[in-house]
Design a protein around this ligand. Structure first.
Ligand SMILES: Cc1cc2nc3c(=O)[nH]c(=O)nc-3n(C[C@H](O)[C@H](O)[C@H](O)COP(=O)(O)OP(=O)(O)OC[C@H]3O[C@@H](n4cnc5c(N)ncnc54)[C@H](O)[C@@H]3O)c2cc1C
Length: 339
């Protein structure tokens, strides 16, 4: 149980309305807590890392490089996304490779599960725009994807509908809330470095392009020797190209990264060569040294951070674990650290 005098139905203040804080707020509000979500930015959320994300819900593909705990949290999160936002597209994901990356493609197949192989005809049936482009593909049918810039406002609406309050332009620290009665959940992402100095930012660059010449119904990953590069369809002919992963904390997009991202799109389909560039951008993924997420517990002060490259994939499950801790004292040894 909570190692404080707080009641299991205590009011809850959450700091940060990115994907981590939004899911915490939603599950706690639904469970009957009086929730106040503080966000220092405005409703457009352009300062949040979450604004720049691809939004892939891909626990099977991520297993190529991520620890098993990410798959566990990710698979649980898929159920929660389905339950809470049933219109989330679960069209699966595709992984393709050009002949020179054949060995890496086979390695990807070995390192991951939850997929089946498609031959060229099967791929064309699933994604007619890719007809004749690749000899085969891996299809991960149970994966999904969301558009972060649409899903965050949707989650914020759901929080309000569940009785929660959201305060934008509300810049607070856990210190500011120390006299507040109830539970404080710090979801400030990289800004929480004042209290968690081991956090670092891992830069991810993305490009948004627009074309009516290609239609895709699901994210397509292209095997690449350095980064998992992908093309994600958005609405109205938009496609997100992502994402680099660089140990740097500057902003902006380098020429080299732009070349690689645009090259990946062109390699998936040459018609992307005629697409219009809409936006270049980058975000800093909040990461601990082991690149694993952490729920830190100090009495009624809780922090949820280090979501790294998996925020959309794992935030619902992290929120569920936090709620289970507050309500029943349940500890998840893989993710929780109690002071
Ligand atoms: C290019 C790119 C692609 C990505 N693709 C994917 C993907 O496909 N799938 C996936 O699962 N993940 C992806 N990620 C990772 C994902 O974006 C992050 O894991 C996630 O956004 C981290 O969320 P967060 O809520 O912890 O932090 P943030 O989104 O940064 O939210 C923290 C919030 O706290 C607010 N805040 C900070 N300080 C205060 C304060 N004092 N008071 C009030 N509010 C405060 C900030 O304004 C911010 O809104 C990607 C990341 C990048 C950069």
């Amino acid at each position: 149980m909570l190692q404080t005098t707080k009641r299991p139905d205590s009011p809850v203040s959450i700091i940060g309305a990115g994907i981590a804080g939004a899911w915490q707020a939603l599950l706690f509000a639904q469970a009957g807590h009086a929730v106040t979500l503080h966000e220092r930015g405005d409703a457009a959320m352009t300062d949040a890392t979450s604004h720049w994300a691809g939004g892939m819900l891909a626990p099977w593909c991520e297993a190529e490089v991520a620890e098993p705990v990410i798959s566990r949290l990710g698979l649980r999160s898929l159920d929660i996304w389905r339950r809470e936002l049933p219109d989330t597209p679960f069209n699966g994901s595709l992984v393709v490779a050009h002949p020179r990356e054949r060995n890496d493609f086979e390695r990807f197949a070995r390192m991951t599960g939850g997929h089946r192989r498609l031959d060229a005809a099967g791929l064309a049936e699933l994604e007619p725009s890719l007809e004749g482009r690749f000899r085969d593909a891996l299809f991960f049918p149970t994966e999904g994807h969301v558009e972060p810039r649409r899903v965050l406002p949707k989650l914020h609406e759901r929080i309000k509908a569940a009785g929660g309050t959201i305060k934008f332009s509300s810049d607070v620290s856990a210190q500011d809330l120390q006299d507040v009665d109830g539970i404080v959940i710090d979801c400030r992402g990289l800004a929480a470095r004042d209290e968690q100095p081991e956090l670092r930012g891992v830069k991810g660059e993305m490009i948004l392009i627009e074309t009516g010449e290609v239609e895709l119904s699901r994210p397509v990953r292209l095997i690449h020797p350095r980064w998992p590069l992908y093309v994600i369809p958005r609405e109205q002919g938009l496609f997100m190209l992502g994402a680099t992963s660089i140990e740097a904390e500057d902003t902006g997009v380098s020429v080299r990264s732009a070349l690689e991202l645009l090259g990946a799109a062109y390699a998936v389909h040459p018609a992307f060569g005629e697409a219009r560039i809409v936006e270049f951008g980058s975000g800093l993924r909040p990461a601990f040294p082991d690149n694993l997420p952490r729920i830190g517990i100090r009495g009624s002060r809780i922090s949820v951070n280090g979501l790294y490259r998996h925020g959309f994939l794992i935030a619902p499950a992290l929120a569920e674990l936090t709620l289970q801790y507050v309500q029943r004292g349940q500890i998840d040894n893989e993710v929780m650290q109690c002071a």
